[in-house]
Write a protein that binds this ligand. Structure first.
Ligand code: ATP
Ligand code: MG
Length: 313
């Protein structure tokens, strides 16, 4: 069963003060996310990611369209207990401690009093805030606030979680921890839908991604499929600090880092290159087909979207 079905959700805001004019933030969007998936919703600034999440959370009303979550209409009040949400810029009352904040959210989301304390301690541990649970949020760094936001989103053990830019404000370690947390949620059978423009995070995590640009869906698929364009090239890595001249003549693009050399070479020249390495007694470490990265796919899609918009104008 699809955990999230977006059925033509569309949003047009009215902007301007004196003379209001319509601004379409989201064209009718159709999207299905399967249960247990980690789904990345990618797009540059202003693409419509937050708008989509706010629509799904019922925080803004759609111009048209609807959605289903876990097979139920998304406006069904019972479904709220199954959903966790991390807003883009969570704002919490400064003078509460992390523990008090979670106790408050726990009450709101109906976590029974008996289980609340244990649940709060569990999630604080999961997001690495145990040591500061008695500290007021005004003393928290941006990254710590983000973790508190994630803690409130998963406190009531929801089946589907929506995270708007969960890695925002986090340092590389923090981003790694949030990635691990999302993996754990998946292992627990939860569905994770998150927006980001940090492509490497999406690449490392997502079963599937969708790319949205200026409110329109531009591509959707498994990361491996989107990035598997065969380019007829291989990436060879060997131990050494120099590139043999005969490898250069095969047309390889080489980069030396420390004690290893990385060369991108045409697949047709692969055997010849291996022969050279053997002759030169250089130790081959790996040969892998070159794949386009998600970043390249993303940039290419946006470039195409940009040029077709330019052509249409
Ligand atoms: N309340 C609003 N009133 C008018 N326009 C809005 C409103 N909220 C969003 N928009 C516009 O809708 C478009 C989509 O915005 P949205 O915040 O959904 O983008 P986003 O993909 O989340 O971007 P970012 O990566 O910067 O968070 C933007 O052009 C934005 O200016
Ligand atoms: Mg946003």
């Amino acid at each position: 069963m699809a955990a999230i079905e977006i059925l033509g959700l569309e949003k047009t805001y009215m902007v301007g003060f004196w003379r209001k004019r319509p601004k379409r933030a989201l064209h009718p969007l159709h999207l299905a996310v399967e249960e247990g998936e980690i789904f990345g919703f990618l797009g540059p600034n202003g693409a419509g990611k937050t708008t989509t999440l706010k629509l799904l959370m019922g925080l803004v009303f759609p111009t048209s369209g609807s959605a289903r979550i876990l097979g139920r209409d998304w406006t069904d009040p019972d479904i709220k207990a199954q959903i966790g949400f991390l807003p883009e810029q969570p704002y919490f009352y400064d003078y509460l401690t992390a523990h008090e904040l979670l106790d408050y959210y726990g009450q709101l989301s109906g976590v029974p009093a008996k289980q609340r304390k244990q649940r709060i301690n569990e999630v604080l541990h999961r997001v690495g805030l145990t040591d500061v649970k008695g500290v007021q949020l005004r003393k928290f760094s941006k990254g710590m606030l983000q973790r508190a936001g994630i803690a409130q989103a998963i406190l009531h053990d929801p089946k589907v979680v929506f995270f708007d830019e969960p890695m925002s404000g986090l340092d590389p370690m923090g981003r790694r921890e949030v990635r691990d947390l999302m993996e754990q949620l998946k292992q627990e059978g939860k569905t994770v839908f998150f927006s980001t423009h940090i492509l490497s995070d999406a690449e490392a995590l997502c079963d599937r991604v969708a790319i949205i640009y200026k409110g329109e869906l531009k591509g959707i698929g498994a990361v491996e499929d989107l990035t598997s364009t065969v380019q007829g090239k291989v990436d060879m890595v060997w131990q050494g600090t120099q590139v043999p001249a005969s490898i250069k003549t095969l047309g390889a693009e080489c980069h030396i880092t420390g004690e290893t050399v990385r060369a991108v070479i045409s697949e047709a020249q692969q055997d010849a290159a291996i022969d050279v390495l053997r002759r030169e007694r250089l130790r081959l470490i790996s040969i892998t087909p070159v794949r386009t990265s998600l970043e390249e796919y993303f940039v290419e899609k946006l470039r195409k979207a940009e040029s077709s918009a330019g052509g249409a104008a």
